[in-house]
Design a binder for this molecule. Sequence first.
Ligand SMILES: *Cc1c(COP(=O)(O)O)cnc(C)c1O
Length: 460
Amino acid sequence: MDDAPFTTIIEPFRIHSVEPLTMTTRAERQDHLRTAGYNLFQLRAQHVLIDLLTDSGTGAMSRDQWAAIQHGDESYAGSPSYYVFVDAVRELFPFEHVIPVHQGRAAEKILFSALGGAGKVVPNNTHFDTTRANVEASGASAVDLVIAEGRDPVSDHPFKGNMDLAALEALLAARADDVPCVMVTITNNSGGGQPVSLENLRGVREICDRYGKPLYLDACRFAENAWFIREREEGQGDRDVSDIVREISGLADGMTMSAKKDPMGNIGGWLAMNDDDLAQRCRNTLILTEGFPTYGGLAGRDLEALAQGLREVVQHDYLRYRIRSTAYLGEALVKLGVPVLTPIGGHAVYIDARALAPHLSPLEYPGQAVAVALYELGGIRSCEIGTVMFGRQADGTEQPASMELVRLAIPRRTYTQSHIDYVIEVCERLAAVAPSLPGYRITSEPPVLRHFTASFEPLR
Ligand SMILES: *Cc1c(COP(=O)(O)O)cnc(C)c1O
């Protein structure tokens, strides 16, 4: 008997309840695009066939999560669901204080209302857009100190999310008094879903200790990050992912969290920390904006679903499937010659639109052109991460972004391999027509965060 393991990594679940997908024709999609001003955020979701706009809140909950919802206790104060939630969080992240919030940005808003302020500076490997916005809204500045490899689309460094330790040290040496905390984002979402190594986190801790600074994790994809550590970091291959997660949290003083990512929630988040005095101040703000400290902005049933999601996301069969299925899409695109960021990240594949449509200049928005084409060709919704998202400057002028990316984010446990095979086929068609894609111009835009609501017109 041959006991060699099989190489097909299957979805470690079967389907229990289904949602219909609506098929549309290309002519219908062209119509929907015109109605939406060529902005994919303005489409009706039922006009999308495969929705890869984001992995945030779009995952499928399990049977056991839906069952947990029935245990939700909606008491205003001291609900048992709060204690179930806190126990599940502290099983992985044993911080003294766990404060539920309605989603990640609420945790950021509360934390930086307490720690931020004019003249302060917050280092991070790469701030996510809402994190940066909340740091800046407090008057502080947000600096990104990811290693140089993390800015190179094709470097094959295994931990492209790592913090540049020398740059962190230099910032602290120059401005220690202005730094209220150091943050590390795991995995590095804005940098392509790339992981941070344990070794790098230990290095950040050591620098924080020398300067007496607290370290906060932006831990939305902590389980995916821990899986990459298990797979790629020397000496980690036999460890349980939960154990790696506990070691990571032991290096930090607190965390912000969007439970719409790895905790498998459709909504939720939390803020956690060891500092009693800071926790008290954060809870005071929480009561003003989110709710009483035992529910934050959530219902008791949400807290129950998240507790169960946390137990599921650290299971090795799930993580093996999750990371493998994202790589499956990425590797297929590489094979077809579609330029993508490599190595493939945990939650998404990023098409390099500048390389795919080099005839378009940044201000003709190549990422937008590619994202619109993916929808028109095959009903696939993706997200431009380029000059549309980042190009508008505070003074109203426009600058090309450093990269023109189109993110195909994979919702957790939602699509099957045949859905992804279809995406690959549409991408093959996309590559064939890319040289003739029209650029776009913006016909109307709001002053900030324009990518959500701007209208466009093709340049033909
Ligand atoms: C999604 C996300 C956030 C913000 O969380 P929301 O739940 O969307 O408010 C913060 N940081 C990172 C890295 C994220 O991916």
